[in-house]
Design a protein. Structure first.
Length: 203
């Protein structure tokens, strides 16, 4: 597989989080996943979902994704998933003071540029059973661009939730409040990812 050993290590570790989420997703027609990174997450999702949409804005990482995850039911999109259609750029680096090594999994939206940005609602998906977002603080932006999809299909949601949102003007509290306001309940936190299920509809 293409990609650095360090990035592959973290991807493989986080597959356990993905398996937890899959086990709690009863419908498995369509999964949406971002960022696609090295392709391990969409590759795993493609084993159990009929179709997997994966978004990766970085051009080099997108080429790795296409090589590592060539499954026919994966729809790879070389774009950022957000809440506008303004093109973006990407960068790779640590935005914390941990001092740990830098690897491709730390690639993030860094500002305006020439990479397309799309809103999930624009796809007008006929089904959506899971949305899994690990996009280095850009999660709330992507959720806002998927609000109609979430309201219509009530998918399981998994979002990385840490301090990186501050780079885009949001906080962990705002992200969690946004999901609570849309009748979602947190059921688990694994490796910095919050897992949510929709609350039952009142009759």
């Amino acid at each position: 597989m293409l990609g650095s050993r360090a990035c592959l290590k973290w991807n493989i570790r986080d597959l356990r989080s993905l398996d937890y989420v899959i086990a709690r997703t009863p419908r498995r027609k369509v999964a949406v996943q971002a960022g696609g990174n090295l392709g391990l997450f969409p590759k795993r999702l493609a084993e159990v979902f009929a179709a997997v949409y994966t978004f990766e804005p970085d051009k080099v990482l997108f080429s790795y994704l296409e090589h590592n995850a060539p499954e026919h039911n994966i729809i790879p999109v070389n774009a950022a998933l957000g809440c506008s259609r303004e093109p973006v750029s990407t960068a790779c680096g640590r935005r914390d003071d941990s001092g740990r090594d830098v690897h491709e999994g730390l690639t993030y939206v860094s500002g305006s540029g020439d990479i397309p940005q799309v809103m999930l609602d624009d796809l007008n998906l006929q089904a959506c059973d899971l949305i899994y977002l690990d996009i280095e603080g850009y999660e709330l932006n992507a959720l806002k661009g998927a609000e109609m999809t979430i309201s219509k299909h009530r998918p399981i949601l998994a979002v990385e939730c840490n301090g990186n949102g501050r780079h885009y003007g949001s906080t962990k509290q705002e992200l969690r409040a946004w999901l609570k306001a849309r009748k979602y309940k947190a059921i688990k936190r694994i490796h910095g990812d919050d897992i949510y299920t929709p609350l039952p509809e009142r009759t």
